[in-house]
Design a binder for this molecule. Structure first.
Ligand SMILES: [Fe+2]
Ligand SMILES: [Fe+2]
Length: 260
């Protein structure tokens, strides 16, 4: 079976592009299950109920999040009431929402977890120990981990740490796709970062001139998303449903105006 992962959806432009193209991407790769990272779906980052509903009706089976989880005011009620939306599992136990979900689709139980890295990031619980404990208890046929982290070393370490314990570890957060998709020695499909679904000519989704201004002139300026047409980045993993092992995969980008 084929599992699709779509990189951080950025703003209205990224959301519209995903809505327009997701079904064709799913058709092309014969997708059975789709995970979309939606942590930047709103214009001030985060996700709202409206954006979540749009992405779910566009064809996402589960939405994962990241460090921008609680930016929107309705995020708490959204996370409390929708089992298809997963926030980082290594927040404190009292934090609203859930760090994993198990969704049954066509007789297969898909477990999806989301965790934050700790290098160059706000302090959270240990993602390695927290994920491992949750995975040990999880009753699922296929387990998919979105590791939302900055440092490539931490992300690759997580891939090897979970190798053989889960079907897929894919990275998000940097918004820049890496070319290291591989099947690890014990059968886990891995990529350091699947990239971004948002404005193509931008700095990680943000208007490039604003970012350049901040870096060159060191003047404070509010970040705003670019209005450049969107690219879509993602990766597809093929998983043997009997063993839960990944047998291969590929990463892809759909650039503005390009055919799928
Ligand atoms: Fe992001
Ligand atoms: Fe992030």
């Amino acid at each position: 079976m084929n599992i699709l992962t779509i990189g951080d959806v950025v703003g209205d432009i990224g959301t519209e592009a995903v809505c327009e193209k997701l079904s064709a991407i799913k058709e092309k790769y014969q997708i059975d299950f789709c995970v979309v990272n939606g942590e930047n779906a709103c214009s001030a980052n985060g996700i709202s109920r409206k954006k979540a509903e749009i992405l779910l009706s566009a064809g996402a089976d589960v939405i994962t999040l990241g460090n921008h989880t609680f930016r929107q005011k309705d995020a708490v009620s959204l996370l409390m009431h929708n089992k298809n939306i997963v926030r980082p599992i290594n927040y404190p136990p009292e934090t609203a929402g859930r760090g994993y979900c198990v969704i049954e689709k066509n007789g297969v139980r898909y477990g999806v977890l989301n965790a934050l890295g700790r290098i160059y990031a706000d302090p959270v619980d240990c993602p390695f120990r927290t994920l491992e404990a949750a995975i040990r208890k999880m009753e699922a046929d296929i387990i998919i981990v979105d590791f939302h982290a900055d440092a490539t070393s931490e992300k690759r370490s997580m891939g090897f740490y979970l190798d053989g314990k889960v079907s897929i570890v894919f990275g998000t957060h940097t918004h820049v796709q890496t070319s290291d998709l591989q099947v690890l020695p014990h059968g886990t499909g891995y990529i350091t970062d699947i990239g971004m679904s948002g404005p193509h000519h931008s700095c990680l989704g943000v208007d490039k001139d604003i970012v350049i201004d901040r870096l060159v002139r060191c003047m404070p300026k509010r970040f705003e998303f670019s209005d450049s047409p969107a690219r879509i980045d993602g990766a597809v993993f093929t998983v043997d449903e009997k063993t839960g092992k990944c047998t291969g995969g590929e990463f892809f980008s759909v650039l503005p105006g390009a055919d799928i």
